[in-house]
Design a protein around this ligand. Structure first.
Ligand code: ZN
Length: 129
């Protein structure tokens, strides 16, 4: 029960810090980047803070990120990676990303995306790609 990921399409995996799999880390529901909840609260999401507005907001961090994610990859070439493919308006920072994230962004975030002409795609397995 995992996303069909073309092996040729996955960026080379760099050494991943062992703590990247620690349970307390959270993945952004929008871009899948993995950070500690402290970083999300302190700095927001490096990719989609403009939309998710998690900075200084525990509630937003809780609703826009999740601990339910599978697979961890290092994204080294943001502009060509499959991770970035769904949303070409964004430039993704280099970092550690989840391959699969379970959950859905809040409705206001989805609406914000729609307003910007961006189609949100769920990253969990309940919808076929
Ligand atoms: Zn994000």
């Amino acid at each position: 029960m995992s996303d069909p990921v073309d092996p040729n399409d996955v960026a080379p995996v760099a050494p991943i810090p062992s703590n990247a799999r620690a349970k307390q880390l959270r993945a952004c529901l929008l871009c899948s980047i993995i950070q500690s909840p402290v970083d999300f609260r302190k700095y927001g999401c490096p990719n989609c803070e403009e939309i998710t507005q998690m900075k200084q907001s525990q509630d937003r961090v809780a609703s826009c990120t999740t601990t339910h994610f599978d697979g961890v990859i290092a994204l080294l070439e943001p502009e060509t990676s499959w991770v970035a493919r769904w949303q070409r308006t964004a430039k993704y920072v280099r970092g550690i990303y989840a391959v699969q994230v379970k959950g859905h962004v809040p409705e206001d975030v989805e609406q914000e995306l729609l307003d910007r002409g961006i189609q949100y795609r769920r990253r969990d397995q309940t919808e076929m790609d």
